[in-house]
Design a protein around this ligand. Structure first.
Ligand code: PMP
Length: 438
């Protein structure tokens, strides 16, 4: 069979680009990149002229939608006026907007990537407490850095096991020796007992606890009732800095993020992705004034060539202005449309007999091909993941793009036409996936 334009183009790219993609995880399947030529609102068009509904949203960052006029005009205005300096005349406005909505954002520093800002948060926590290690949770993702991916999970009754690479999906070869073992403990999510036991034994060496307050990367698992408040209390009791990684949940769970939703205030918060709408990269490290004072006093270094770049700052300001207008009506309408889509997907799956659930916050939910919602990140087995990827592939074939295996990220331009587009195509994708299952 003759190769399509895009397949030929892929081959050309792959000759120079490792794996043909700009990122990769330790997954057994090969990504087939789609090269896009045009985008509008929630739709994308590829080099072969195929149209897609975009729930991929650039790993969740594109909350504003493609071609939002107000957003684009704000960025163009900034490019024309001041292309590249370290401080522009929108700093105060952008910072004040974040501070207005995010409870822990007494002070804010901008960076570029989530990976980098998480490392800066850990550095601040170590400097603040004078302690060395941090605690993280099974299934949570905090970026592409040596010290924070993969590892062995601490179970109840175990002597504290510093984490080490054992070939799991999120681990990687090539990192510095002992980097996991010497820096962190990896514990199960939603298990306060294990955490308490660890802090009682080793609290004097633990500087920080870092978590996704809703574990989106582990399958969309909500915190158990009272869990976040319990962790907050343990941090206070053991002089540990609580870091919420809200790089996904910030903005998508409302402008105040998960900390507002659950009414639990962390000491530090990391923001990224949707905070700048999705067109340009901005990450933010926000937190308590006393801790951020370490930056003012120059005791802790936080540096970066593009930190606070004008285009990014303009994007943060435009995004928060658009999303906060009229009591946040853009997000409310997006979530209502998305809930409608969730119901539609569940009904279509039931009609063809495909096991199917959707879980997590509406604006960053995950689907799974199983009968019951995952109660914990450890329930997200490789078998479920494999079924999810089959559906992901079928959905893409029928013009519905979802993110990181099974995530459904809407944007504020989502419309009734998009719902109709999905309704027309979804049945075919479900039937096809069911046939593969059978
Ligand atoms: N934290 C979380 C919760 C994330 O989801 C991600 C990215 N998926 C990161 C950190 C890393 O951000 P970045 O890819 O911008 O480095």
């Amino acid at each position: 069979m003759a190769l399509s334009n895009m397949q030929l183009y892929n081959q050309r790219v792959k000759a120079k680009l490792p794996g043909g993609v700009h990122y990769n995880f330790h997954m057994p399947w090969e990504e087939t990149p789609i090269h896009f030529v045009k985008a509008r609102n929630s739709r994308l068009w590829d080099m072969n002229g195929n149209e897609y509904l975009d729930f991929y949203a650039r790993f969740g960052s594109l909350i504003i939608g493609h071609g939002n006029e107000e957003y684009s005009e704000s960025l163009k205005e900034m490019i024309d006026r001041v292309l590249s300096v370290s401080h522009c005349d929108l700093d105060a406005e952008a910072l004040e907007l974040i501070s207005k909505y995010v409870p822990s954002a007494e002070m804010i520093r901008f960076g570029v990537s989530g990976t980098e800002i998480v490392q800066n948060a850990l550095r601040l926590a170590r400097a603040w407490t004078g302690k060395n290690r941090f605690v993280r949770f099974e299934g949570h993702y905090h970026g592409n850095a040596d010290n924070i991916m993969g590892g062995k999970v601490q179970k109840k009754g175990d002597a504290p096991i510093p984490t080490e690479y054992f070939g799991d999906l999120k681990g990687t070869a090539g990192r510095a020796k002992d980097v996991l073992e010497s820096q962190s403990y990896l514990v199960p999510w939603n298990d306060a007992e294990v955490l308490e036991e660890l802090l009682l034994k080793n609290g004097d060496e633990i500087a920080a606890i870092i978590m996704e307050p809703v574990c989106v990367n582990g399958g969309g698992v909500m915190p158990a009732e009272g869990y976040l408040k319990k962790v907050r209390q343990l941090c206070d009791d053991h002089n540990v800095v609580l870091i919420f990684d809200e790089i996904i949940t910030g903005v998508r769970m409302g402008l105040g993020g998960a900390q507002t939703y659950f009414d639990v205030k962390p000491d530090l918060t990391t923001l990224g992705k949707a905070i700048a709408g999705g067109g340009v990269p901005v990450a933010a490290l926000v937190g308590r004034k006393e801790i951020m004072q370490l930056l003012v006093d120059k005791k802790v270094i936080h540096a970066g060539t593009f930190n606070g770049y004008p285009l990014g700052t303009a994007a943060v300001k435009a995004t928060l202005e658009i999303l906060s207008r009229n009591n946040g009506e853009a997000l409310t309408s997006m979530n209502n449309n998305m809930l409608h889509i969730h119901e539609l997907m569940k009904a279509e799956a039931a009609a063809v007999g495909l096991p199917f659930v959707i879980q997590g916050p509406t604006a960053c939910a995950s689907y799974h091909c199983c009968n019951e919602v995952l109660k914990n990140t450890s329930d997200y087995t490789f078998d479920i993941m494999s079924l999810d990827i089959m559906l992901h592939t079928s959905l893409a074939k029928h013009g519905i793009l979802v993110s990181t295996i099974s995530r459904l990220y809407p944007n504020i331009s989502l419309s009734t036409e998009d719902i109709s587009f999905l309704r027309e195509r979804i049945g075919k994708a479900f039937v096809e996936t069911k046939e593969i299952f059978d």
